[in-house]
Design a protein around this ligand. Structure first.
Ligand SMILES: [Zn+2]
Length: 165
C-alpha cells in the first residue's frame, strides 16, 4: 500500500492464495484497492469477502459502542396483601404521588398532599387543645380566642377532605 492510500493486491489465479480476513484491516485504510489476478474466478469473490469482513467488523464495533439495554422491567403491581389474602393487583403507586412504585392508594401509598394535610390537622388539633386547656384556668385574650376559633374551623373543614381516601 502506498502513502497515497492506493493498494494493489495480487490475488492470483487460484482461490485461497490471499487471505481476505487477514488483509481486511490493512486494506480498510486504503483509499483505493486494485485487485490483480483472475478477475472472475478469484478477484470478485475476494472483493466480496473483503466487503463482508468489513461489514461484520463495522456491525461488531457499533454493537460494542452501544450501551447495554436493560431488559424491559415488567410493570409492577402494588402487591400488598388484600383483605382476602391475595396480593393486590392494582398498579404500583396507583392514585398516589409516586405512580409506578410503592403501594397503591388503598394500601397506604405515600401521598405528599395527604401527608401534609395530616400534619396540618395535627397542628390544628394541638392549637385547639392548647387554647382549650388554657381557657380552663385563664380567660383567653380576644386575639387568642380568635386564633382558637380559626384553628377549630380549619380543623373541622379539613376533616372531610381526609375522608374517603
Ligand atoms: Zn394495593
Amino acid at each position: 500500500m502506498t502513502a497515497e492510500g492506493i493498494a494493489v493486491v495480487y490475488v492470483g489465479d487460484e482461490p485461497g492464495l490471499v487471505d481476505a480476513e487477514a488483509l481486511a484491516p490493512q486494506l480498510r485504510q486504503a483509499r483505493e484497492v486494485t485487485l490483480i489476478g483472475d478477475l472472475w474466478g478469484v478477484a470478485r469473490p475476494f472483493k466480496q469477502q473483503l466487503r463482508d469482513t468489513w461489514t461484520a467488523a463495522t456491525r461488531a464495533r457499533r454493537a460494542a459502542s452501544k450501551p447495554p439495554t436493560d431488559p424491559k422491567a415488567p410493570p409492577s403491581r402494588c402487591g400488598r396483601p388484600r383483605k382476602d389474602g391475595e396480593p393486590c393487583r392494582t398498579w404500583a403507586g396507583s392514585g398516589t404521588d409516586t405512580p409506578g412504585s410503592g403501594p397503591c392508594r388503598a394500601h397506604g401509598g405515600s401521598t405528599a398532599r395527604r401527608d401534609a394535610e395530616m400534619r396540618r390537622q395535627a397542628e390544628l388539633a394541638l392549637t385547639v387543645a392548647q387554647y382549650a386547656g388554657k381557657a380552663r384556668t385563664t380567660p383567653l385574650s380576644p386575639e387568642e380566642t380568635l386564633q382558637a376559633a380559626v384553628a377549630l374551623r380549619d380543623l373541622v373543614t379539613l376533616r372531610p377532605a381526609l375522608r374517603g381516601r
